[in-house]
Every structure is written in structure tokens, then in C-alpha cells.
Design a binder for this molecule. Structure first.
Ligand SMILES: CCCCCCCC/C=C\CCCCCCCC(=O)SCCNC(=O)CCNC(=O)[C@H](O)C(C)(C)COP(=O)(O)OP(=O)(O)OC[C@H]1O[C@@H](n2cnc3c(N)ncnc32)[C@H](O)[C@@H]1OP(=O)(O)O
Length: 217
């Protein structure tokens, strides 16, 4: 069942993850690349769990049970550790790219020069007083702009990311995200993005991304 509230699954009006348009440089996650849904569903459960964890004040017996379950999960995964290029985490072509570090981006338009979509910061991303933690917003912008900067282009890395926090970013509500590729000068690529709650601008970003030279990590 792929019923994550944050929408890790493919479909439901959102385009796929779109990661296939970004260079994966020798990446091979085997069976999960061919059929991403089971792995994406597992990550969606992990996301939902993190939201419930962040939102709960459980009694001690529940704390002990949860600790034991999580230790079991960790043990199950310990036997299957692999090198970076074989890890599905963050590399599957689904919204959220099957990772639970930054919130899921559900993009409705993804083109070489711009992208539009929605994102919801769940309870896990709370800073205080109903507002998202200030570090999570650049994280989300780096996802949008880093991916846009490499869409149908050679790989690049973030050189700087400037974020202006214009008003609080509320958690648990759907926000709109837009990104646009502004210009490139040699290896330098300049992009901008905006995060809105209805008509209110929550935050804006400007990023410089540098095309990597062959062999550059
Ligand atoms: C690409 C990997 C992806 C592969 C995997 C894909 C699978 C997953 C799919 C999708 C996920 C995508 C979602 C997330 C993506 C997010 C991306 C990131 O967050 S990357 C991590 C954070 N960034 C770093 O760690 C960079 C660390 N810095 C460096 O490596 C270097 O400093 C680098 C590459 C940025 C530049 O170094 P130089 O040696 O190649 O180039 P120089 O000569 O220094 O700069 C080139 C030009 O840029 C200017 N420049 C460089 N840094 C600048 C700065 N901070 N401010 C202003 N100008 C700067 C310079 O002045 C120079 O300009 P003049 O050509 O002389 O006009």
C-alpha cells in the first residue's frame, strides 16, 4: 500500500520523480530500479513513522516497544549494506526519490528551464510555533534547484544557495514551489526558486551551480 500522506508513490497527478533526467553516473540499484514501488512504499512508511514520532508523547511502555521494533528494523538492514552506487535510497524515479531526509516534492511541471509543484513539511520538519525549521527550507530548495540545474545538462554541484525567509513556512499544509533556470555563463548556472502558501511568499532562493569537470567528485 502506497498511501503515504506525503505521497512517495508514483502517480496521483504528479510526474514521476524525474531522476532519470539527472545523471546517475554508473548507478545500479538492481531490482528496485526496475520496480521502485515496494522500496518507495517502505520509505513512505519510514516518513510517516518520523512524523508520528515527532508528534507523539508516548507512555514509557510504548517508548520501550518502539525502541525494540526500531532495533529489529536496524538489524534487518545491517546485513544488506552496500556501496553508494548500489543504494536505492534517494535514487529511484518516484516523487521524493525514495529518501526521507527532505520533504517529498510533487512536481506537476518539470522542464529544462523551470518546474512547478507542491510540497508539505510534515511534523518531522517542525522548528517551533507551527513553523518549519529554518534548515529544512534550504534543504528543499537544494533539491529543486540542484535537480533543475542538472536536468538535460551535465552534472553540477551547488556553489552557493542564498535563502530569504519572507514569512513563516507552516507545517502540515500544502505549499507551492516554483524553480527556474535563469542563465548560464560557462560552467556557472544561476537558478531561482520560490516557496508560497497561497498568495504569501514563505521563502525565496537563489543558487549558483557549477558544472563538474570530468572526474571531479
Ligand atoms: C552532482 C552530484 C549528483 C550526482 C548524484 C545524482 C543522483 C541523485 C539525483 C538527484 C539529486 C539532486 C538533488 C540534490 C542536488 C544537490 C546538489 C548539492 O547539494 S552538491 C553538495 C553541496 N555542494 C558542494 O559540496 C560543492 C563543494 N564545492 C566544490 O566542489 C567546488 O567549490 C565547486 C565544484 C562548486 C567549484 O569548484 P571548481 O574548482 O570546480 O571551480 P572554481 O574555479 O572554483 O569555480 C568556477 C567558477 O564559479 C565561481 N564560483 C565558485 N564558487 C563560487 C561561490 N561560492 N560564489 C560565487 N562564485 C563562485 C568561481 O569564481 C569561478 O568563476 P569564474 O569562472 O572565475 O568566473
Amino acid at each position: 500500500m502506497f498511501g503515504s500522506s506525503t505521497g512517495e508513490s508514483v502517480g496521483e497527478g504528479a510526474i514521476g520523480g524525474g531522476w532519470s533526467s539527472v545523471s546517475h553516473r554508473g548507478f545500479d540499484a538492481g531490482v528496485h530500479q526496475e520496480n521502485p514501488q515496494p522500496y518507495a512504499a517502505m520509505v513512505a512508511v519510514a516518513r510517516d513513522m518520523l512524523d508520528e514520532l515527532a508528534g507523539a508523547n508516548p507512555p514509557l511502555d510504548v517508548v520501550e516497544k518502539v525502541s525494540a521494533h526500531l532495533a529489529d528494523v536496524q538489524t534487518l538492514l545491517t546485513d544488506h549494506q552496500v556501496s553508494e552506487r548500489r543504494r536505492p535510497f534517494g535514487h529511484l524515479d518516484v516523487p521524493g526519490r525514495a529518501q526521507c531526509m527532505s520533504p517529498v516534492l510533487r512536481m506537476h511541471r518539470w522542464e529544462r528551464d523551470g518546474a512547478d509543484g507542491v510540497v508539505t513539511f510534515g511534523k518531522y520538519y517542525l522548528g517551533g510555533n507551527g513553523a518549519a525549521h529554518g534548515g529544512t527550507i534550504p534543504l528543499m530548495f537544494d533539491e529543486v534547484l540542484g535537480r533543475l540545474a542538472s536536468t538535460d545538462r551535465t552534472p553540477c554541484r551547488t556553489a552557493y544557495l542564498h535563502v530569504d525567509f519572507r514569512s513563516i513556512t507552516p507545517i502540515d499544509v500544502e505549499l507551492t514551489v516554483t524553480g527556474r533556470f535563469e542563465r548560464e555563463e560557462g560552467r556557472k548556472r544561476y537558478l531561482r526558486a520560490e516557496l508560497r502558501h497561497d498568495d504569501v511568499v514563505c521563502a525565496e532562493a537563489e543558487g549558483l551551480f557549477i558544472e563538474l569537470k570530468p572526474g571531479q567528485p
